[in-house]
Design a protein around this ligand. Structure first.
Ligand code: NAD
Length: 727
């Protein structure tokens, strides 16, 4: 059925093109968008020709302006759809081109979020006025493996010049508040929201006699690209550095979208508008039908949306309210947790062994807000109010009445047991009892309290104020109400919560340790350490694996192993040593535990990382024959996926979304693979094979060469054969 999602009206010689989808709360570029825009532009052309219209106002009747394309459609696109996508894209763009060359001035009144396609429509206007407010304007397509294919690259490059367009808008996919968008040059004016339409009408009236106002700068005679054309000596001189800089930023990871954006921008800057626009469409379609955008849209849009809308929250439990949070332990983690809770408006009591330690914990918040005040991001009043909500203490009595507990004392089961016994005596009798332990099983910790149903793991990542993930760990006796309350807390403090069942290392630490161990195994095999480091970043991880092992500390790895060995023995299970163990033991034997001890795989001077430790090559001589880089890259991602699959099979993971989002946000799994489980269905082999079967084949090849840990399990084989592996 055809529905007009755009209304067209003429009032006092001004045509109003009004975005107003009657079927949805927000305007999107769905299948009705182009036909509706075509109708509106046809009527507009006739009205301009007859002289009935002297200006055009593009505005929205919803709270937001216009969102981008329909991601359901984009994620499903395959190579077979390429031509259809190309044609549709070109058709929509020809409508935008007609609008900007219609012959009368066009103004866009941006009243709310204008991201992706929404901004691209506004860019086809001759003037953009945005309402004051806390909403986003930008072209964030790159973050989903796409590019702005609705004229965004072509127009932003012509508005701002190559360098600004690339670095400030296109490659970082920045979501800008209206003021920042004006600073960059994406909008022309900011006005109070209630004056938006009036101001737009005034602008149109003021341009009435001005023919130039009805044209885009790039359609005027003598137009020059701001900052210089690619052929100008200035730009030609720096042009070769663009791909090099990009490569450096991506650390060699095979992420397609930024490369395509760079190509479309530079190639488009060499040719006329219509050709540039067609080049942009070609790169866009290539990304749309490719695998990386599918992976990224799945994990970073659909999986994330499901989590943030409470997809992992048990059903039928009313929303909980939280007022006073008790944070026990004001060390690195406790200090960060106190900050994020106070920032969300909660009262926080921050307890440590002595007052000085508790105050040091609070001082961390003070240093964070001071920086924000200095940069003008926070007012002094708000900073004071935030700090006023944190009460440092050394007395358990001060936790009285707290309805939510997050314990973050040293990682010792014995200590945590005794601390919880004290906590229970003073907090509200129904308070949720959360522990930030990173390794201790929750079911075991819960034996220390009288209400194990209220006991839960709330595992933050360091640094707390920056890392978006929280891993909520469900013990054997944890109730659904406790899960719901922990989720409500996580969302309140603006974190992304995943929910996993209890297991040694839970989900994130367990998967992360397979990755570290794999990197360390390579050292024992005689792979050149620099090659291992490069393979990690080329696979798309944010940091090289040996560097990460140093940051985690090898003592910690040895402790976790000792605990796992003890647990296996206690359970009567045979322990399988890992090839990485010898590397950990060798480094610890040489007193090289990592960054904290200023000696690890790397050398450190005044806390700063220097070169790789020369002694490493003596203990683990580099082999003459080095394995293919592709094997090293795949080993690092495959081993994590194997462990994630095992977590799903064992019921540690409850949903696929938790695995994908948790692995990307918590432990740096490459986003272009779509997360640890999407990496199966989204696998792209170097031979061009794509999908779960190709993943299984590759895993078998790795198992043959590097060990049984890569052999696909029956569970994985069944999932692959089902054709919908971990959808
Ligand atoms: P930390 O050593 O920086 O801080 C621990 C704090 O607990 C210290 O200030 C100490 O004085 C205090 N403390 C000890 N006994 C106490 C008691 N009886 N009462 C009150 N306070 C007491 O340690 P951290 O890195 O903040 O780790 C804390 C917890 O968080 C551990 O369980 C750890 O496993 C977990 N964790 C750490 C990280 C990380 O990256 N560091 C990440 C996730 C989870």
């Amino acid at each position: 059925m055809n529905t007009d999602v755009i209304q067209y009206d003429v009032d006092e010689a001004v045509a109003h093109i009004v975005l107003d989808d009657p079927r949805q709360a927000a305007n999107t570029m769905n299948d009705q968008f182009a036909p509706s825009l075509a109708k509106a532009v046809d009527r507009l052309a006739a009205d301009v020709a007859s002289g009935a219209v002297r200006g055009v106002l593009v505005r929205s009747a919803k709270r937001t302006f216009l969102a981008g394309g329909d991601l359901n459609e984009l994620i499903a696109a395959t190579a077979d759809d390429a031509q259809a996508f190309f044609d549709r894209c070109q058709e929509t763009k020809s409508l935008l081109r007609r609008l900007e060359t219609i012959g009368v001035p066009v103004v866009a009144a941006i009243n709310g979020a204008a991201l992706g396609g929404g901004l691209e429509l506004a860019l086809a206007a001759h003037h953009r006025i945005a309402a004051e407010g806390r909403y986003d304007i930008g072209l964030p397509e790159v973050s989903l493996g796409l590019l702005p294919g609705g004229g965004g690259i072509t127009r932003v490059v012509r508005m701002l010049g190559l360098q600004s367009a690339l670095t400030k808008v296109l490659l970082n996919g920045a979501r800008l508040r209206p003021e920042a968008a004006r600073g960059v040059g994406l909008v022309d004016e900011i006005v109070p929201a209630d004056k938006l339409v009036d101001c737009a009408l005034v602008w149109l009236r003021d341009q009435a006699e001005d023919e130039v106002a009805a044209t885009q700068p790039w359609d005027r005679p003598g137009y020059r690209l701001p900052g210089g054309a690619p052929s100008s000596p200035k730009i030609a001189g720096i042009l070769p550095s663009f791909p090099a800089t990009l490569r450096k930023q991506l650390k060699g990871a095979p992420i397609k979208a930024p490369r395509s954006i760079l190509s479309a921008a530079v190639e488009g800057a060499l040719v006329d508008f219509d050709t540039a626009s067609r080049i942009e469409t070609r790169y866009f379609v290539d990304l749309v039908v490719g695998q990386q955008s599918t992976n990224m849209i799945k994990a970073l849009f659909f999986d994330l949306a499901s989590i943030n809308s409470g997809g992992s929250r048990p059903e039928g439990i009313p929303a909980s309210s939280i007022e006073k949070v008790a944070v026990i332990g004001a060390g690195m983690m406790g200090a960060g947790i106190a900050y994020v809770a106070a920032k969300a408006g909660l009262l926080v009591v921050l307890k440590d062994r002595d007052l000085a330690a508790a105050e040091r914990g609070k001082a961390y918040s003070a240093s964070l807000v001071a920086k924000q005040v200095e940069r003008g991001r926070l007012t002094a009043e708000k900073a004071d109010a935030l700090l006023g909500r944190i009460q440092p203490t050394d007395a358990y009595e001060d936790l009285s009445g707290a309805d939510f507990v997050v314990e973050a004392v040293f990682e010792s089961a014995e200590l945590k047991h005794s601390v919880f016994a004290e906590i229970e005596k003073v907090v509200a009798p129904t308070a949720l009892l959360g522990s930030n332990t990173s390794t201790l099983p929750i079911t075991g910790l819960a034996t220390a309290v009288t209400r194990p149903e209220d006991f839960i793991g709330i595992h933050f990542f360091s640094p707390v104020e920056k890392m978006p993930l929280v891993e909520i760990v469900v013990g054997d006796k944890t109730s659904d109400v406790a899960i719901a309350r922990a989720l409500d807390f996580a969302l309140l403090i603006r974190k992304t919560p995943i929910v996993v069942n209890d297991s040694r290392g839970f989900f994130t630490s367990r998967v992360m340790s397979t990755f570290i161990n794999e990197g360390l195994s390579m050292v024992s095999e005689g792979v050149a350490p620099w090659t291992i480091e490069r393979a990690t970043t080329q696979a798309g991880f944010p940091a090289p694996v040996l560097q990460l092992a140093d940051e985690l500390n090898l003592d910690l790895l040895a402790n976790v192993r000792a605990e796992s060995v003890a647990a296996a023995e206690a359970a009567g299970i045979a322990w399988t040593p890992h090839p990485a163990d010898g590397v950990v033991d060798t480094l610890l034997g040489a007193q090289r535990p990592g960054k904290l001890g200023e000696a690890g795989f790397y050398e450190y001077v005044d806390g700063r990382r220097g070169d790789l430790w020369p002694g490493l090559a003596e203990r683990f001589p580099v082999d003459k024959a080095q394995p293919p880089l592709e094997d090293l890259r795949d080993r690092l991602t495959f081993i994590m996926t194997m462990e994630a699959v095992a977590c799903l099979e064992e019921g540690v993971l409850r949903t696929v979304a938790d695995a994908n989002v948790g692995s990307i946000f918590g432990i740096g799994f490459p986003a272009h693979l779509g997360g640890a489980l999407q990496a199966v269905a989204g696998y792209e082999g170097s031979d061009g094979q794509v999908g779960a079967q190709a993943f299984v084949d590759r895993a078998r090849a790795l198992a043959e060469r590097y060990g049984d840990r890569f052999a696909p399990s029956d569970f994985l084989l069944e999932a692959a054969a089902s054709g919908r592996a971990f959808a």
